[in-house]
Design a binder for this molecule. Sequence first.
Ligand code: NAD
Length: 299
Amino acid sequence: MSTTIGFVGLGNMGTPMARRLIDAGATVRGFDVSTDARDRLAALGGTAADSAGEAARGADVVILMLPSSDVVDSVAEELLADDVLGGGCLVIDMSSSEPLRTRDLAARVTATGASFADAPVSGGVGGAESGRLTVMLGTDETDRERAHDVLSPLGRVVDCGPVGAGHAMKALNNLLSATHLWATGEAIEAGARFGLDPAVMVDVINGSSGRSGSTDNKWPNFVLTGTYDSGFGLRLMLKDMRIATTLAAQVGLPSRLGEQAVSLWDEAAHALPTDADHTRVAEWIATRPTDGETDGRED
Ligand code: NAD
């Protein structure tokens, strides 16, 4: 790939994704507010830039892999204000962002003559490292082929529809994923208290109809091992769940189960450290105060 990519956001996901693009032959200029992250990129064969503008200026493609729409918008404002984006540039927001804000941003970017796509991912840090992400692409027909070419080293690129469709798809997937993880935590803890072995339960469920990504991947790799190190933060998951329930309400189908899941995850987010991995909810479910007890919170 003879493409120059400006890559902004070199965290748990951005770093291994940038590495795969470098390995595929792209020239990657990356920026992150963290010096450590910039140093990691340089060690992988990319070029560390001193600002998002420096990473993006003159690039064929600009990839954003940032925590939220708030951060995406602030970085995009910087790029737009400094007139950094060239006419042929394709901006791809791979963060898990809010679909309606994505459409607003796309309008501002395309007004400069640049193009825009959203392409959030699923598959976690392991998928980013191995190039086995599911990439949910939202884009106009004219930019589709170019987006596929750039993103294919990262995994399976699925056309979800026009701009915003990828972000809607991603949030709805994560609402399901979070709901499965919570339900699995309750079922396994109930079984354990009855006397069942959690490892046997996971094995049986994976051959049965209760199977999900949580029992396939998260329990065996991050919960039963006691490592809780999937690399996806609890607060990022809660953000995605809220995007999905807001979307459901906006289209006139409020998600009753989803709202309940948000409130449970919110409770865990208040109780656990700000940098807790999302798989920690399984431990929280097993140890949290039950009805009538207090968790010490005053709010
Ligand atoms: P992360 O917190 O590890 O990385 C985000 C990076 O953005 C950090 O390195 C941070 O320093 C950087 N950053 C923050 N503000 C910045 C700014 N203004 N300019 C430049 N850099 C800035 O998060 P992550 O896990 O890599 O997730 C990134 C996105 O991908 C999120 O939207 C998340 O919801 C989504 N996602 C994560 C996973 C996962 O398994 N971790 C999987 C799929 C999707």
